[in-house]
Design a protein around this ligand. Sequence first.
Ligand code: HEC
Length: 263
Amino acid sequence: MVNEKETSKGIGVFMVTVITLIAVYIGLQFGIPWLAVLAGLSQTPAPLPGFALGIYMACALAGTLFYMSSEEERWRSFLSPIIGLFDVSSSGPGRTQLLVLILIPLTVGWAAWRILIPGSQTPTVIRVQHPGLPEKFAEIDNPYAGVSKEEREVLEREGVVLFQKNCRPCHGTMADGEGPLARGQRLRPVDFTDPGTIATVVESYPFWRISEGAAGLPSIATPWNSAMPSWSEELNDEDIWRIVMAAYRLSGTEPRLPEKLEP
Ligand code: HEC
């Protein structure tokens, strides 16, 4: 049987903990977002991301529990209302016990209802990975198309060096889209070893994509979420052609042959 006096003192300690946690929650949820407005850093409140709120709340909970348990007597008073909850007297359950008994099924029911109600979702944007090749680029042919096997070998090797220097961070050493920077990107760098990528297009297609990057894409290809840089200012056309040949070589694929109309 828990001592009556100890329980009432315990409720005080327990309530202080609950109120502290609620105050921390209100501070994080509403205080911090508005702080940015008050400090003149933002014109609208900047909400705290859910996972950060979770981490801070877990820290606040751990902190208060550490404080409460750091002293024997305080810890006992803190626990007494919790223990008292299970201690039903002979005259039947008390008011708090009844309240908890009613609250448990209500909370479970509410949570189940929240999960089951249909929600709204942001519409999916259908992205076209291979929009039509701009006419300007459709007319360009690989200037190295007619070179000997040995010359091609040298050009491809030079292209591999340029590829590793400029493209590897995203597209990966083996052009498989697994570069060290790839993981952080929502729209993944293209895996050239996948037969559905550069193997399905003619050579001037990657030439266009490398020259103009995301900025050159039409809106159906959602250029705004692609991190693909445009290289026409950093690399000259000859280097880009070398890289195109290297990309096919590294990925073990062949470009599609252009369909030339008979005159
Ligand atoms: C900062 C990361 C990044 C770098 C660096 C980068 N790319 Fe990309 N690249 C991407 C992303 C992301 C995509 C996919 C979105 C898109 O198509 O724009 C992409 C797409 C492409 C495509 C289109 C392939 C297809 O089948 O549609 C080609 C070709 C390409 N990159 C070649 C290169 C080459 C060659 C280099 C180096 C000169 C390079 N990229 C450097 C991120 C990068």
